[in-house]
Design a protein around this ligand. Structure first.
Ligand code: PDD
Length: 299
């Protein structure tokens, strides 16, 4: 599969794609984005991702320069031209170009950029053996009201937190907010199964991304009659959990078996975590089958 980009209506190999230097996405990270993945060549939950893209853009005052149908068509074109294989799809909308200066109102013509690339490989055994996470205090642009909940392009705080976790030998950083509350991963949502078997995850408040995988996991958990609570978590909720896991588009459900070196449960992926991963994968496969049937026009 080739890595291709769509920029200003042109399809190019990613390594040859260019953005104008005065694009505010380049100058200031002034934009929003989504990451979608395909299964068997079909994007999963693209409509949900595009709806969140629109919410993120409007949250920071950017009008999407294309309709969901237009963006869908660009994604389909890139996937067709990129060739077979499971793909990583990044959809970016910047505030566009403008004179150098911070005032967003000076920017014109928000810019859509789409890229597809082979799905990046995950560490071997990640789902089977689980991963270690490290709690990292962190504050981000989306912590304050104006950008609350938006998936903004500026991920510097997330990246630096992940670098700190990786230096400590952990796979993912779990961000801790100013009041000591557990927020989410650098690029994932966080869940625990407590000693009473209840599934808990932080509420989608101003401080975390309303993950699409998180939403699907909550639905399969409810279908499995689990007790599900969206409530603020603190580090002892992770340290003392029977099970813990993280969720994201690219990683689905990854068991967490160590937090800051402390073993979670018996140090192996728990039964609830494994059951939720299996149920999520069934749900995804069914959705992709339905979408493939729809796109072939077979009813
Ligand atoms: N985003 N929280 C943050 C900060 C994220 O960046 C992501 C993942 C998630 C999980 O959201 P979702 O289930 O919709 O993927 C939560 C993509 C994968 C990324 O940044 O690569």
């Amino acid at each position: 599969m080739r890595a291709l980009a769509w920029v200003d209506g042109e399809v190019l190999p990613v390594e040859r794609a260019r953005l104008p230097l005065l694009d505010r996405g380049v100058l200031y990270g002034d934009g929003v984005f989504e990451v979608v993945r395909t299964y068997g060549g079909r994007p999963f939950a693209l409509d949900e991702h595009l709806a969140r893209l629109e919410r993120s853009a409007s949250r920071i005052g950017i009008a999407l320069p294309a309709t969901a149908a237009d963006i869908d068509a660009v994604v389909e074109r890139l996937l067709r031209e990129a060739g077979a294989g499971d793909a990583y799809v990044r959809i970016i909308v910047t505030r566009g170009e403008g004179p150098i200066g911070y005032d967003p109102s000076a920017a014109r013509d928000p810019r859509l950029v789409v890229l597809v690339a082979p799905l990046p490989p995950l560490p071997a055994g990640l789902h089977e053996n689980g991963a270690e996470v490290r709690l990292v205090p962190c504050s981000r642009p989306t912590d304050e009201a104006r950008a609350a909940g938006a998936k903004v392009s500026d991920y510097l705080a997330n990246l630096l937190a992940l670098a700190e976790a990786r230096r400590a030998g952990a796979y993912e950083a779990v961000l801790v907010g100013p009041a000591g509350e557990v927020l989410e991963g650098a690029s994932s949502n966080v869940f625990v199964v407590d000693e009473q078997g209840r599934l808990r995850t932080p509420p989608t408040s101003a401080r975390i991304l309303a993950g699409i995988t998180r939403a699907h996991v909550l639905e399969v958990a409810r279908a499995a009659r689990l007790v599900v609570e969206q409530r603020v978590l603190f580090p002892p909720d992770l340290y003392g959990a029977r099970e813990a896991f993280i969720t994201s588009t690219l990683r689905e459900v990854v068991p967490v078996v160590r937090v800051d070196g402390w073993t979670v449960g018996d140090g192996r992926p728990g039964p609830v975590t494994r059951a939720l991963l299996a149920a999520l994968r069934e749900r995804i496969a069914a959705a992709v089958r339905r979408e493939r049937t729809r796109s072939m026009g077979v009813h």
